[in-house]
Design a protein around this ligand. Structure first.
Ligand code: MRU
Length: 359
């Protein structure tokens, strides 16, 4: 199932709010539709948001009626700021917007039409490189997964949250493909049920054994000895290794520590934000209260009750056993080792040149 498809100048976005009941694509012909889809979580998961935003920039650029290079770039910049503000926590969004802007910033040799073509090329590259990164993370990560492992995961860090294959679920996929006889426990992930609706569905599609639990069952599952490790994705990782991820991740990490279980985070380096020294600087998105007071449109709380709805939390690095990236597995001390991995030379991918990878 493709998270998004670029076809004939249109971005088709799989509407994840409708899953698993319906498979429907939103046809985004302008950047506003992309921004709305990101805000509503029709497309969600840090890397998928980044790729969608890159294509959104292409749609935004195509709508600018301006032949003057400088004026065109100024408009594009402001489109980028609007897109990046749709969801503040996942750094991949700002990262992708900045990457396409930087690609065309100093290209005085190009006219506006050529800049538009270059933007599309870069968006395709972002999509393609994410897919490649996930496959690499799968390989590095699966070496950490023992035979017969019973794995808890939270939210959805799967193919649906990325350009394909997934981060945390990519590691799980790779372990399954290596015949490790694994079993997955998917936290349902209130309030929006990404675990129940998306992770359980993704695992079942691929016939990976999966058991759905509500979020408050994970501790007992560990206590009765039915879990061996936890693996989750990330929306932003600070320089010291603190990890922002879906609300509930922190609690899971504390539980894993209490039960002596490894707690792994799988994320591409586009999710690292080394400009922030610690997780306390990560902006945490707060969402509408109706997400808490309703389930599937049905009210489950008294009208007018006060609600707090942070979409993410921060897991302190002391609770993280290792961070799996496409450049390798990073272990503590994170400040030193994350910096080192970013300095590592990476080969530029031949695979990601000159094609539309989303088709
Ligand atoms: O609010 P969401 O569904 O976008 O939250 C997604 C998560 O928290 C994921 O775990 C994270 O983005 C990593 S996805 C590979």
């Amino acid at each position: 199932m493709k998270t998004m498809i670029w076809e004939d100048g249109i971005l088709k976005i799989l509407d994840q709010t409708k899953l698993p009941e319906k498979i429907e694509y939103i046809e985004a012909k302008d950047v506003e539709t992309v921004a709305g889809a990101i805000r509503r979580l029709s497309v969600r998961g840090a890397p998928a948001i980044g790729a969608a935003a890159a294509y959104g920039m292409v749609l935004g650029a195509n709508s600018i009626n301006e032949n003057d290079r400088e004026k065109f770039l100024a408009e594009l910049n402001s489109i980028g700021n609007k897109l990046a503000s749709t969801r503040p926590t996942a750094v991949n969004l700002r990262w992708a917007v900045d990457r396409v802007l930087n690609k065309v910033k100093n290209r005085d040799d190009l006219n506006v039409e050529e800049i538009k073509a270059l933007l599309l090329e870069e968006a395709h590259k972002i999509f393609c490189e994410d897919l490649e990164a996930n496959r690499k993370m799968g390989e590095y990560g699966q070496s950490l997964i023992p035979e017969n492992a019973r794995i808890i995961t939270h939210c959805n860090a799967g193919a649906l949250a990325t350009a394909g294959f997934g981060t945390a679920l990519g590691v799980i996929r790779a372990a399954h493909r290596a015949n490790k006889n694994i079993e997955v426990f998917a936290d349902e992930t209130r309030p929006l049920l990404q675990g129940a609706r998306l992770t359980a569905w993704e695992m079942m599609q691929e016939k990976i054994p999966v058991t759905l639990i509500t979020d408050n069952m994970a501790g007992y599952l560990m206590a009765v000895g039915k879990a061996d490790l936890v693996i989750v994705g990330a929306d932003r990782i600070a320089a010291n290794g603190d990890v922002a991820n879906k609300i509930g991740t922190y609690g899971l990490a504390v539980l894993a520590k209490a039960h002596g279980l490894p707690f792994y985070v799988a994320a591409p380096t586009s999710t690292l934000d080394l400009s922030l020294s610690s997780g306390s600087q990560i902006p945490i998105e707060e969402r509408d209260e109706t997400e808490v007071t309703t389930i599937g449109g049905t009210s489950v709380a008294p009208t007018g009750v006060k609600v707090w709805n942070p979409a993410f939390d921060v897991t302190p690095h002391e609770l993280v056993t290792a961070i799996i990236t496409e450049r390798g597995v990073v272990k503590p001390p994170y400040t030193e080792n994350l910096r080192k991995i970013m300095e590592k030379d990476t080969e530029t991918s031949e695979v990601c040149r000159g094609q539309n990878p989303s088709r």
